[in-house]
Design a protein around this ligand. Structure first.
Ligand SMILES: [Zn+2]
Ligand SMILES: [Zn+2]
Length: 250
């Protein structure tokens, strides 16, 4: 289900951060407690803060237990910020999902990553060319959206984690997606009531593709939400991002 209203306004998009990691993600700074993240969100004037800790196969993180723990903690934190306790779940292959369907549905936000190719558990395409990866990503997303599990796609088409590729090859995975394919999958997401992340590390690293996805999505009428993939308190806030985002997608 969509968690935010549809908007294409960079200023409004940056009032919500749907992709911070807390201490429950081993890669996040130890300062990322729920309360500290919320106080930082207040300071930055955010309306919505999601907690999206990793939930990958073999990571030994108990996503549902963490969800219950944070929902308990939240009862004792008074804040005007809307706090969503979700997870960055994994669609780690075509029709392969890290958590049972019931757990996805219990979360406030089932954000899905489909590009964690750096993990040992992730399925790779037989064709290991940039086009092979592009086709695999589309197939993974297609199977995911058909299940109705996902509320949100975290870093869609982000080649950031493809460490086995050069920068040029990473960019080539994006160019290898045709306009028809991109429009088709964006439409399927909208029909599945699933939003697409404007993942700021990817948007600023691959601005041409990000602009293409944004403009096409706007034409179709899809839902976009912003996420900074924060691993530090500094990155929970979105100060200064509206202008930078506008320069890419405006
Ligand atoms: Zn990720
Ligand atoms: Zn993340």
């Amino acid at each position: 289900m969509f968690v935010l209203e549809r908007t294409y306004d960079p200023a409004e998009l940056t009032r919500h951060n749907l992709h911070p990691h807390s201490v429950c993600s081993l890669c996040a700074k130890r300062e990322m407690t729920l309360e500290a993240m919320i106080r930082r969100a207040e300071e930055a004037g955010l309306k919505t803060l999601a907690v999206t800790d990793h939930s990958d196969p073999l990571d030994e993180i108990d996503t549902y237990a963490n969800y219950l723990m944070y929902k308990e903690q939240l009862k004792r934190i008074d804040t005007p910020v809307r706090v969503l306790i979700g997870a960055e779940l994994s669609a780690y292959g075509i029709g392969k999902f890290g958590e049972p369907f019931e757990i996805d549905r219990a979360l406030d936000l089932a954000a899905y990553s489909h590009t964690h190719y750096h993990l040992a558990s992730w399925e790779h395409p037989e064709d290991r060319s940039p086009r092979g990866y592009a086709a695999h990503e589309l197939a993974v997303l297609d199977a995911l959206l058909a299940t109705g599990r996902a509320d949100h796609i975290a870093h869609p088409f982000s080649p950031n984690k493809m460490h086995f590729f050069t920068e040029e090859q990473k960019a080539a995975t994006l160019d290898a997606i045709s306009d028809n394919e991109l429009g088709d999958i964006l439409e399927k997401g909208e029909r599945a009531r699933c939003s697409w992340e404007l993942h700021t590390p990817t948007v600023f690293r691959f601005p041409a593709f990000s602009r293409r996805m944004f403009l096409m999505g706007k034409e179709i009428g899809v839902h976009f939400c912003l996420g900074t993939d924060a691993h530090t308190l500094a990155a929970v806030g979105t100060e200064g991002l509206a202008e930078r985002l506008a320069a890419v997608i405006g």
